[in-house]
Design a protein around this ligand. Structure first.
Ligand code: DQA
Length: 150
């Protein structure tokens, strides 16, 4: 059984009430429950963590090394600003998938740049909370391919 860390960044604890027309009506708790169930169906153990603090997110990425096989990350606004989060991902060298509920490329220009994208296998955005499920599928398939070639 593989193990994946699902990490959500700032303001994502407010899902459900925060700009529902952009981010949807589901709470983070609901999204995490769906993700856990979907992951379990694929034989993946999912650990969900959310923090509004950049340092705490970095610590969570560091702790993932040795504890998890991969990371799914929605870094919220830190996506567009945080070289430190990008460096943390490079440092642990775990396969990671970037998720955004909204299509960041169709929004304000400052959201088009993602530092996270440089350090991940790929980015999924614009599919609402379903994007997390796609990310689990993508990472599970990646981990399976990796296991076969080892
Ligand atoms: C977000 C997009 C970011 O630009 C924004 O700051 C967020 C959420 C998304 O999931 O669409 O907090 O990461």
């Amino acid at each position: 059984m593989s193990s994946v860390l699902l990490l959500n960044g700032p303001n994502l604890n407010l899902l459900g009430t925060r700009q529902p027309e952009v981010y949807g009506a589901q709470t983070l708790g609901m999204v995490e429950k769906q993700c856990e169930a979907h992951a379990a169906d694929l034989g993946v153990a999912l650990t969900c963590v959310q923090s509004n603090h950049e340092g705490a997110l970095i610590d969570a990425i560091h702790s993932a090394r040795g504890a998890h096989d991969g990371i799914i990350l929605n870094a919220g606004a830190y996506t567009h600003t945080s070289i430190a989060l990008m460096d943390a991902l490079f440092s642990v060298a775990l396969p990671a998938v970037e998720v955004h509920l909204s299509n960041i490329h169709a929004r304000e220009e400052f959201r088009h740049r993602s530092y996270i994208s440089r350090a991940v296998i790929g980015q999924i955005c614009g599919f609402g909370s379903q994007g997390y499920l796609f990310a689990i599928d993508a990472l599970a398939a990646h981990l399976q391919r990796e296991a076969k070639t080892e």
